[in-house]
Design a protein around this ligand. Structure first.
Ligand code: SLL
Length: 151
């Protein structure tokens, strides 16, 4: 629909991962040590599907089908694995004319000490690594403007 003029809408989001150590021998015949979930949400876990149509998570190429597409909430992927890597999270919006946004996240599996070494005392505690960010829509369509400001 028609674009607004001189309008900026800022929408806060949170993205990142949780990870837990797998009990040994949980995944047969594999060297996977951790289970993790990477997600993108609104603040306080709020739903973003009123304006996000599709989220593509691009995992490390050691995963089969590394491109994971999620078209309904929750926008998240759960996997098991053995290593940390940087992944990309591409958001596509319900308004076809709105340019997609790519976010980057370093998947974290290990509890790190302040000096960068892996903590042995905390190794059984879940790890969390989330970042706050803001989506900035400049002159969104009138339809998207309505959707973004109604919530
Ligand atoms: C590292 N640069 O060497 C990183 C790469 C990749 C992690 C980590 C794959 C699991 C699977 C997996 O955990 N990859 O085989 O399905 O630490």
């Amino acid at each position: 629909s028609k674009r607004t003029k001189g309008v900026t809408v800022v929408y806060p989001i949170v993205y990142g991962n949780v990870a837990t150590l797998l009990p040994q021998k949980k995944v047969p015949d594999s060297d996977h040590t951790h289970k993790w979930t990477v997600s993108v949400r609104g603040i306080n876990g709020s739903d973003i599907s009123h304006f996000v149509k599709k989220v593509t998570f691009k995992l490390h190429e050691t995963y089969s089908n590394p491109q994971r597409v999620v078209e309904q909430p929750p926008f998240e992927i759960t996997e098991t694995g053995w290593g940390e890597f940087e992944l990309s999270i591409k958001l596509q919006f319900v308004e076809p004319g709105e340019k997609h946004v790519s976010l980057y996240h370093n998947l974290r599996l290990h509890p790190y000490e302040e000096d960068g070494s892996i903590s042995t005392v905390n190794k059984n505690k879940p790890v969390q690594s989330f970042q706050y960010d803001e989506l900035v829509f400049t002159d969104p369509s009138e339809a998207l403007y309505q959707i973004l400001t109604q919530h």
